[in-house]
Ligand binder design. Structure first.
Ligand SMILES: *[C@@H]1O[C@H](CO)[C@@H](O)[C@H](O)[C@H]1NC(C)=O
Ligand SMILES: *[C@@H]1O[C@H](CO)[C@@H](O)[C@H](O)[C@H]1NC(C)=O
Ligand SMILES: *[C@@H]1O[C@H](CO)[C@@H](O)[C@H](O)[C@H]1NC(C)=O
Ligand SMILES: *[C@@H]1O[C@H](CO)[C@@H](O)[C@H](O)[C@H]1NC(C)=O
Ligand SMILES: *[C@@H]1O[C@H](CO)[C@@H](O)[C@H](O)[C@H]1NC(C)=O
Ligand SMILES: *[C@@H]1O[C@H](CO)[C@@H](O)[C@H](O)[C@H]1NC(C)=O
Ligand SMILES: *[C@@H]1O[C@H](CO)[C@@H](O)[C@H](O)[C@H]1NC(C)=O
Length: 535
């Protein structure tokens, strides 16, 4: 086995700039371009290291207001400063208004080095899939809002992904029976809309509830894209989740460990993932303040070869006591809480493997297996994997685009603030001298998008691919770990890339795959030779 340290040593010498290039997906990994060339030989896997951001709480959203949590640049600058102090790279935001202008805030976040993961729904009627009435609420009014949302955010390079639904499928009532197919329907519509109307394949994921059996059934249902396990089914591929988020609070500070938290089971039962896995919410607060041992020992420790990081719940202190900062509503100052500094300390101690995009298996195929799913959760609604039909006017909307009036973009004629209008206080109540810094490389966003492809959509594989592609194993992430013999492992890889290229139909925009396929074997030989030298 190639050790993690060795990997780090290898890739350190090839370190690239920090730019906020758009993230894409390959198999179970997020990929961050290393340069504007978006060159698979340089690109590396990306870990989400973030928090959930919903100041004002879940009821803080007013659809009739001209404000939302990304509309006030002074607030956004204040919080971007706190994000930088914390050391995170991503925030998840639950509710935003697609009619509000977000350009200043998104430019601040982008330039400050922060990606966003955005839920496209709100809690208001007609603005989500109603889990009690999925067929009634899956209608063109709802989908129009979702498409408007995509329009509002599709052009920001720091949008890491959209979340199609949060815990829609849960263990109450008959929701696990009636909702799954509709979650897929919404994802299909979103992904079709993005394919037609955005210039990159922005990932679309789902955030799942944590009931142990249900979460596994949901995962198997939402990641599958093949009826026979060999051939990609285009409908199932389009409707599947590009990434899977888990809201989990099972590791409690001072009382849980790898086993009692159930992280060991996550590590084993999700090990066949072919889409990225993240914690879309985490941070049990049974004991307060939280010490966040699960950060270094769990998510970025024992789970690091399987999961791609996650998001601590949550930024602002509310009645439920999950906050990292206290916001003073009178003067808009923020005060760091002990949870903030504790998390900050753990984040400093995270050590991540560096793995190249080219070392991640290309093939992402998973069988839709109703029996396997029902064996885990008997009431899970798999029917026959038929996805509900689109409402009549939707395909036209997808084809033509919405002609939306509020299409956001990064501002080039705007200087984000470096000093803050509002005060930031440390845990002792003393003012923090706050200067926001913007790494110039963060503004380098113009990646060669044509090469950004690896969210596999509309790709069909012939059955000949199935033989070779498992040669890159998950736990290692590294091709050569299978064998110390250079010749042997490079051969395995060669045949993998060859057989894919031989039998893969690529849709337009799949230039990365094309390049990978054509030049893959040569590249792999170089990489493998490099490893051989080090070993
Ligand atoms: C997690 O699973 C991987 C792959 O199965 C394994 O190599 C690793 O040891 C597991 N982690 C722990 C902490 O058990
Ligand atoms: C799948 O289920 C749907 C809805 O229950 C039904 O209309 C359709 O005929 C089924 N398809 C097959 C191939 O069984
Ligand atoms: C798009 O919207 C603009 C302005 O709202 C309008 O002038 C134009 O006719 C619309 N185009 C289509 C194709 O609907
Ligand atoms: C997917 O591929 C099929 C067959 O090649 C083609 O007919 C269809 O238009 C493609 N769909 C999209 C969204 O590109
Ligand atoms: C592979 O596909 C061919 C036809 O394209 C078919 O004859 C053969 O049975 C398939 N093999 C497997 C293992 O599915
Ligand atoms: C695969 O490619 C080889 C040549 O590289 C060709 O001879 C063979 O027919 C191809 N197979 C398929 C299934 O396209
Ligand atoms: C493959 O590599 C060669 C030489 O490095 C290059 O000229 C060619 O453009 C590459 N092909 C693709 C598809 O990238």
């Amino acid at each position: 086995m190639v050790s993690k340290n060795l990997l780090a040593a290898l890739t350190l010498s090839l370190t690239s700039v920090n730019a906020i290039y758009p993230i894409h997906i390959k198999n179970y990994r997020f990929i961050k371009p290393a340069s504007s060339d978006n060159d698979v030989s340089e690109n590396e896997i990306f870990f989400m290291n973030g928090i959930d951001y919903q100041p004002g709480g879940s009821s803080g959203y007013d659809p009739d207001s001209t404000n939302d949590v990304l509309s006030d640049p002074d607030i956004c600058a204040r919080d971007a400063f706190a994000f930088q102090q914390l050391g995170i790279n991503t925030v998840r935001i639950y509710t935003l208004n697609p009619d509000v202008n977000h350009d200043e805030c998104m430019t601040i976040l982008n330039d400050a080095g922060i990606y966003v993961v955005l839920d496209v729904n709100s809690g208001n009627d007609g603005e989500n899939l109603n889990r009690a009435d999925p067929s009634g609420s899956y209608n063109s009014q709802y989908l129009t809002r979702v498409f408007k949302f995509i329009e509002a955010f599709k052009n920001y390079p720091n949008v890491l992904g959209f979340i199609s639904g949060n815990e829609v499928i849960n263990d109450e009532e008959d929701y696990a029976e009636i909702d799954p197919a509709y979650v897929r329907a919404v994802q299909r519509d979103m992904k079709q809309y993005i394919a037609k109307n955005a210039d990159r394949p922005i990932p679309v994921g789902y955030a799942a509830a944590n009931q142990v059996d249900l979460r596994l059934a949901t995962f198997k249902y939402l990641q599958c894209n093949s009826l026979d396990g060999k051939t990609v089914n285009s409908d199932l591929d389009t409707s599947r989740s590009d990434f899977f988020g888990l809201n989990t609070y099972d590791w409690c500070s001072g009382q849980s460990d790898w086993t009692t938290s159930g992280y060991d089971k996550l590590n084993s039962t999700f090990s066949d993932a072919v889409i990225p896995l993240v914690f879309s919410e985490y941070g049990c607060n049974a004991n307060s303040p939280r010490t966040f041992d699960e950060v270094t020992e769990g998510l970025y420790g024992g789970l690091v070869n399987l999961f791609s990081g996650g998001l601590v719940y949550e930024y602002a202190q509310e009645a439920n006591n999950y906050g990292l900062v206290q916001i003073d509503d009178d003067d808009n100052s923020i005060s760091y809480l002990e949870d903030f500094t504790n998390l900050q300390d753990k984040i400093k101690d995270i050590s991540l493997p560096s793995t190249k995009e080219s070392q991640v298996a290309g093939r992402s195929i998973y069988k839709c297996d109703a029996n396997a799913i029902k064996k885990i959760y008997s009431n899970f609604g798999t029917s026959n994997f038929t996805i509900p039909k689109q409402p009549a006017d939707i395909s036209k909307m997808i084809k033509n685009g919405l002609n939306a009036t509020n299409v956001g973009s990064i501002l080039s004629d705007y200087t984000p603030p470096s000093t803050l209008k509002y005060n930031v206080k440390d845990t002792d109540g003393n003012d923090v001298s706050a200067t926001l810094s913007y790494d110039p490389s963060n503004t380098l966003n113009n990646v060669k998008l044509a090469a950004t492809s690896s969210v596999i959509s509309n790709v069909t594989f012939s059955n000949t691919t199935s033989k070779s592609s498992s040669s890159i194993s998950k736990s290692s992430g590294i091709s050569s770990s299978k064998s110390k013999s250079t010749g042997k492992s490079s051969k395995v890889i060669k045949s993998a890339s060859k057989s894919v290229s031989n039998s893969t139909k690529l849709s337009k925009g799949d230039a990365t795959n094309l390049k990978f396929n054509n030049n893959g074997s040569f590249f792999f030989m170089v990489v493998t030779a490099l490893f051989a030298l080090i070993i």
